[in-house]
Design a protein. Structure first.
Length: 277
């Protein structure tokens, strides 16, 4: 074979590889996706055929009122928990064994027990000490189910936020402290102006996860007569026995979580844009 022939043969493109056979995992994944698509289509069809304008006009405003209650409860508890988490975080990082031990015990207890148990202990347990609470003027606060729920949620999320913040602060390189000290900044200035801003960026995504968990966990307040979204859903079902009330509640929760996820992703992209250059 001549040199020209060999060159032409070598220049010809290689034949395409034979199509790969579908693996078992790919087949099962495709079937599972088709199942969920069919289930979603069936759900949409059911909601369309079961649409009752009378029920919507009667219970729709109550659902919106419950949604507002849920958002208010979660928003206030997250804000108060953020304020409370800062001294708890400093206590966890303290070298004082008493302060560190108390902060550790607080975080350990509230992260190690279910939120519903904490809510019941505050709502039902403190009711057993009504006379003592009245003597110190606290019964006016704890006799209201809303206040008990807000108190329980604040204590719970503060423990989680404290651990999130502590881990974020520990992730800041030690050199940041040393560099600030070389510039003549004291420990307080270094913490507030250098360490904490960097730590909050690291903690941004865990904070978003904590808010999402609080939104979904807020449904338990319906068990202590707080008419949030789930509470209004239970009341609507008890009067209509139409289980699509729970379907609409799930839709509302899904929309809230998805909207928060999108907003949090854009916020994170905005605050961390300088890190991607």
């Amino acid at each position: 074979m001549s040199y020209v022939t060999e060159t032409l043969v070598a220049a010809q493109p290689a034949p395409p590889p034979p199509p790969k056979a579908w693996a078992a995992a790919r087949i099962s994944g495709t079937l599972l996706m088709l199942f969920w698509i069919a289930a979603l289509a069936g759900l949409v069809f059911y909601l369309y055929t079961a649409w009752d304008i009378d029920k919507i006009e009667r219970y729709g405003p109550k659902f919106l009122s419950g949604l507002q209650t849920t958002l208010t409860l979660v928003g206030i508890s997250i804000a108060l928990g953020a304020v409370l988490s800062l001294p708890v975080t400093l206590g966890r990082m303290s070298k004082n064994p008493v302060i560190g031990g108390l902060a550790f015990a607080y975080v350990y207890i509230f992260r190690g027990t279910p939120l519903i148990a904490q809510l019941f202990l505050i709502y039902y347990g403190l009711g057993s000490f009504r006379e003592q609470l009245q003597a110190v003027g606290l019964w006016v606060f704890f006799r209201d189910a809303w206040n008990c729920a807000l108190f329980a949620f604040t204590l719970n999320t503060a423990a989680y936020q404290a651990e999130i913040l502590r881990g974020a602060i520990d992730s800041v390189p030690r050199g940041q402290w040393e560099g600030a000290e070389a510039l003549g900044l004291n420990r307080i200035q270094t913490f507030w102006k250098i360490i904490l801003p960097q730590a909050l960026i690291v903690a941004l995504r865990p904070y978003g996860n904590e808010i999402i968990l609080m939104i979904k966990g807020s449904a338990i307040v319906a068990l202590v007569t707080v008419f949030d979204l789930m509470g209004e859903t239970r009341r609507a079902f008890s009067r209509t026995y139409d289980f699509q009330a729970y379907i609409w509640a799930a839709v509302f929760y899904f929309v809230m979580v998805e909207a928060l996820r999108i907003v949090w992703e854009r916020l994170e992209a905005r605050l961390t844009r300088h890190l991607k250059r």
